[in-house]
Design a protein around this ligand. Structure first.
Ligand code: ADP
Length: 374
């Protein structure tokens, strides 16, 4: 089936009227963003924040209008607040060299100055669903009308190309590399540059320079959030990375098993050691939902992460079930937040993403606009 075009989507959106302003939402210039990817459409509709509560029918009508088109698999319409000019007080990022006291002032790295907040998604060990969580959270933030990037810092086992079905190579943008865009998300991974079956043997300094290049030599553009999918574990490489990346905060993904929680605690301590605020813990594979009956069973020691978070004085951000749909959509390169935006799981990711954004958005004196979502 031919992919739906932007013109078709805009024509459908012209049937949606803002009755208060007496014209259709396209003519009124309210379409702030539109992405179409393999039948999944995301529309950002800009509204005056004072009218956010009344604008829900417009959002709903927009979704329904686009859904009626042939070849549409999923539609997400979100309301965004008016975006003021770029935030000149956005945090400046310093060179990774010259940390010594009393030396020359650190060189400002202008390439990251347009990024409001860098948030790490980390885990104490591999296989807990860190990458799956990072990608769905990043896409949920896109769905909230934010400008979002996702950096796959797991140079030993990059999973972003597979999780987003990306096979193309990034192109040069002047002296830098342009990120690859998917579902409105700007992405970069070492896996875009090296074939999947190429064994990668990295030594410490190489890892650091690869990470530096992906941070500073990529034309990320102005972003509200850059999500960094950290390599699993809490060894030296991860510690250095936590120090090198100018992080606004970190979230830790854990499974309910005690062993994983022990690892999660190590992750927590690692960020505390380098003074990076831990925004909270997410419990992934929290409980099992049966693909046949939809019934729920707590096959693991459900709730362990919540208890542990309380004990450690860290926020508990939410839980994601173990569900075939999450695994299958990941394997197909179409994460659940975009492939099944109406699902309970996508909602769970959106709620957690909103909680994370709330924490980082209020961290600076001059935060970017609050985004209004359903
Ligand atoms: P990590 O980054 O921690 O190594 P991944 O995100 O690569 O973990 O996930 C490991 C495997 O578990 C993948 O096959 C992924 O699809 C699957 N997975 C992750 N989270 C879930 C979940 N909530 N339900 C079902 N499968 C999941």
């Amino acid at each position: 089936m031919a992919q739906v075009t932007e013109d078709q989507v805009l024509t459908a959106l012209r049937t949606v009227t803002d009755s208060e302003r007496g014209a259709d939402i396209v003519s009124l210039g309210m379409i702030a963003g539109l992405t179409i990817q393999d039948g999944a459409v995301t529309v950002a509709i800009e509204v005056d924040p004072r009218r956010a509560a009344q604008a829900e029918p417009i959002r709903h009508a927009a979704e329904s209008a686009v859904k009626r088109l042939d070849g549409i698999e999923a539609v997400t319409a979100v309301l965004t607040a008016h975006r003021p000019p770029p935030n000149r007080n956005a945090p400046q990022v310093h060179d990774h060299g010259g940390h010594g006291h009393g030396g020359p002032p650190p060189r400002v790295r202008p390439s990251l100055s347009g990024i409001h907040a860098v948030v790490a998604v980390a885990s104490g060990k591999g296989g807990v669903g860190k990458s799956t969580t990072a990608i769905n959270l990043a896409l949920a933030l896109v769905g909230q009308g934010l400008r979002v990037g996702l950096l796959d810092a797991d140079v030993y086992g990059p999973s972003l190309p597979r999780l987003l079905g990306i096979t193309e190579k990034p192109q040069a943008d002047g002296e830098r590399l342009a990120p690859i865009m998917r579902y409105g998300l700007a992405t970069m991974s070492i896996g875009f540059l090296v074939a999947e079956d190429t064994p990668m043997i990295w030594r410490g300094p190489m890892v650091q320079s690869a990470l530096q290049q992906m941070l500073f030599d990529v034309a990320w553009g102005p972003l509200d959030v850059l999500v960094v999918d950290m390599p699993p574990g809490t060894g030296d490489a991860q510690l250095t990375m936590a120090q090198q990346v100018p992080l606004a905060g970190a979230v830790i993904v854990s499974t309910p098993q005690d062993l994983a929680l022990l690892d999660a605690r190590k992750g927590l301590n690692m960020f505390r050691r380098v003074d990076v605020p831990v925004l909270g813990i997410i419990e992934n594979m929290s409980y099992f939902t049966c693909p046949h009956c939809g019934g729920r069973s707590d096959i693991f020691n459900h709730g362990g992460a919540r208890r542990e978070a309380e004990r450690l004085g860290v926020d508990f951000l939410g839980e994601i079930p173990l569900d075939m749909a999450i695994r299958e959509t990941s394997d197909q390169g179409c994460p659940i937040v975009v492939s099944a935006p109406e699902s309970e799981h996508a909602r769970a990711f959106r709620t957690i993403a909103a909680a994370i954004w709330q924490r980082v958005a209020t961290q600076t004196a001059n935060p970017p606009p609050r985004i209004v979502v359903d």
